[in-house]
Write a protein that binds this ligand. Structure first.
Ligand code: UDP
Ligand code: MG
Length: 338
């Protein structure tokens, strides 16, 4: 019987945990599947960890880990992915904004053969400013990255164990999981849902944390910002070039220009032109440096060149990603099982 894992990152969530335990257990009973729930306490300072341990005492399917300090939501989910043993892995927030009842719909799509099923928010009940910023961010990210990033999709999703193995094998440290999930490929689909209000407690994502997440998303999946210097440089040099042309014409046809009130001024144009020109050259040089840094960054991220879905006539693929997986890694484990 296939097993399903549910990963829940928890940071200072004591107020919502009783509801979570009750609602998720009730929903899980309807799946008629073997399941485990992996709660990751992200260094909470309240009673979250005590409550999780109590829950594990009551029901051993609730497995819990506790971080030594607050490492952040994306890292907490990454740890959950590393420890999850299910054939399908669901990621869900602790605050019940993603309704556990919707997991059944994710599972239905998974049974249809989709390896990645993510939930997109039809409407969200967050403060107006947050909604506006999120709206702008998703659209900007979509413009800037070549990957087919979904709009308005959060971390609430279901991943097949193959995808989890690939995600676990990605070595990069700035983890924007929605991007990595898209990068993995496989058959992806989405399910729409209404995002509820937080059931209890206060948001743990401060503006600063959300901003860092957005930056990770933009800079880990787009090289466009690095090219900005080049574009600015080209614009500045372009202006300088037209400045030179204009000044020359002004000198040659001084009489005509004087008639329309544009008589040549002494010294001023040459200064502006040389500032623009030098500025342009400097920016273009910065852009060139940026191109090299971008390539270094790409190499350092160490993402595999490709990810296999399956192969025929070549024996069992020794890994879903290029190169041999580290022995003992989740990818190696799945590869051994064929
Ligand atoms: N969270 C976490 N570590 C953090 C911040 C948040 O593990 O440093 C968890 C939190 O417990 C919740 C999820 O991430 O389960 C989403 O956080 P929150 O509800 O505060 O974010 P929002 O829904 O407001 O974006
Ligand atoms: Mg929330």
């Amino acid at each position: 019987m296939p097993k399903i894992s549910v990963i829940i990152p928890c940071y200072n969530e004591e107020a919502v945990l009783p509801q979570l335990f009750q609602r998720l257990s009730a929903v899980a009973a309807t799946w008629a599947m073997d399941y485990e729930i992996v709660c990751v306490d992200d260094g909470s300072r309240d009673r979250t960890w005590e409550m999780l341990k109590l829950q594990n005492g009551k029901d051993s399917r609730w497995r819990c880990l506790s971080f030594a300090r607050n490492f952040g939501h994306q890292v907490a989910v990454s740890a959950g992915l590393y420890h999850a043993a299910g054939d399908a892995v669901v990621i869900i927030d602790a605050d019940l904004q993603d309704p556990p009842e919707e997991i059944a719909r994710l599972l239905a799509q998974w049974r249809e053969g989709f390896e990645v099923v993510f939930a997109t928010r039809k409407q969200r009940k967050d403060p107006l400013l947050k909604r506006m910023l999120a709206w702008g961010f998703y659209r900007l990210l979509q413009k800037m990255t070549p990957l087919p990033m979904a709009r308005d999709a959060g971390d609430f999703c279901l991943l097949d164990k193959k995808v989890v193995a690939v995600m676990n094998a990605l070595p990069e440290r700035s983890r924007y999981l929605r991007g990595l999930r898209t990068w993995c490929g496989f058959r992806q689909t989405s399910v729409e849902f209404d995002r509820a209000e937080r059931a209890a407690g206060v948001p743990q994502y401060t503006f600063q944390k959300s901003f860092k997440l957005a930056m990770d998303g933009l800079f880990s999946f787009s090289a466009a910002p690095l090219r900005l210097a080049t574009y600015f440089g080209l614009w500045a040099s372009g202006f300088a070039f037209f400045g030179v042309l204009f000044t020359l014409l002004q000198k040659i046809f001084a009489g005509q220009f004087a008639k329309i009130g544009l008589a040549p001024g002494a010294g001023f144009p040459t200064i502006v032109i040389s500032v623009l020109f030098l500025g342009g050259v400097q920016l273009i040089c910065l852009g060139i440096l940026g191109e090299y840094i971008g390539r270094i960054y790409n190499e350092v991220k160490g993402r595999p060149l490709w990810v296999l879905r399956e192969s025929v006539g070549l024996g069992a693929p020794d890994s879903f990603i290029r190169g041999k997986p580290e022995s003992g890694s989740a990818a190696a484990k799945i590869a051994e099982e064929g």
